[in-house]
Design a protein around this ligand. Structure first.
Ligand code: NAP
Length: 290
């Protein structure tokens, strides 16, 4: 029997999850297949119940469904419940259980690539969606002291800050709307992370461009500040290119993609997959203009 895995989201043109997971499946020689499920918001509920009916083994959840999928699942693991977002669903005896591997994947990649040490640091996060939730939790759990959330929809940032405050009462949590970039704290920022799809292939220009210009030309921002982008297609996003040109350290989204994917793979199959092969397949797909 061939087990079916996949990624659920919309749009999915940018996604490299299929070649990445298929490279691990081929290497391990196991009877699985990983497919792309591009589903419109109005069909989400139907799609999830079909997945269950068809006995799909598991799937990743990506933009924009990491939070909205939750009511359609039977159960959440403790970590996903705390975060309030799901990026991995596993079919366990006909019950769909939600997990979240995004935060751990992000942190592992960030530390490996840049040597970032989170304790007592100040992080500026752009975006307050599903990926932002998971990353915020991991950063705060690892000792980040101050987190400034900037989002297009300020109410969503405030909801996330309120939620985080329940778990991290000692942390300094602030929210800012993109229309008030002048209010951004200037000094002592150690990490800026973009968690919005700005810069992603096939996405039109977004309104974070003014914010990015403002940040990168701000002379009071130390050149030791790490500029991180979780968008992985293209590998060097406009944000990372501009940051590099301006002399900042940068961190791209490929490592997060690989490590969160490897953790999901382990949940579905019980096997920790070959991450180097997965990384190579992602880079190959990008070089081929995927
Ligand atoms: P999501 O839950 O839909 O959240 C999207 C976030 O981006 C929200 O804060 C949203 O703001 C903001 N946003 C969307 N369109 C915008 C625009 N035109 N201008 C300004 N802000 C905008 O999505 P997600 O699942 O968190 O994913 C976000 C991005 O991260 C995607 O590009 C995804 O591919 C990437 N990602 C990468 C990895 C990786 O492994 N490297 C893992 C997860 C996600 P509002 O609240 O105002 O709507």
């Amino acid at each position: 029997m061939t087990y079916i895995l996949g990624v659920l989201g919309h749009p999915l043109d940018h996604s490299l999850s299929v070649p990445m997971h298929m490279s691990a499946i081929f290497t391990l020689g196991i009877d699985y297949v990983y497919m792309s499920f591009d589903v419109l918001p109005e069909n989400l509920s139907h799609a999830v119940s079909e997945f269950k009916k068809q006995g799909i083994k598991g799937f990743n959840v990506t933009i924009p469904y990491k939070e909205t999928i939750i009511p359609y699942l039977d159960e959440l693991d403790e970590h996903a419940k705390r975060i309030g977002a799901v990026n991995t669903v596993n079919n366990e005896e006909d019950r769909l259980k939600g997990y979240n591997t995004d935060g751990r994947g992000y942190l592992r990649s960030l530390i490996e690539q840049t040597g970032f040490s989170p304790v007592n640091k100040h992080v500026l996060m752009i975006g307050a969606g599903g990926a932002a939730r998971a990353i915020a939790f991991s950063l705060l759990e690892s000792g980040v002291k101050r987190l400034t959330l900037i989002n297009r929809t300020i109410q969503r940032a405030q909801r996330l800050a309120d939620h985080l405050g329940l778990y991290f009462p000692e942390a300094i949590l602030e929210t800012l709307s993109m229309d008030h970039i002048n209010a951004i704290p200037h000094e002592g920022i150690h990490l800026i992370v973009n968690t919005t799809p700005a810069g992603m292939k096939h996405i039109k220009q977004t309104n974070i461009d003014g914010l990015v210009n403002f940040l990168l030309t701000d002379r009071s921002l130390s050149k030791d500040t790490i500029i991180s982008d979780i968008v992985y297609n293209p590998m060097e996003t406009p944000l990372l290119r501009e940051a590099k040109n301006a002399g900042f350290k940068t961190h791209d989204g490929i490592g997060m993609l690989v490590y969160q994917g490897a953790e999901s793979f382990k949940i579905w199959t019980g096997i920790y997959p070959p991450v180097d092969i997965m990384r190579q397949s992602v880079i190959r797909a990008l070089l081929q203009g995927h």
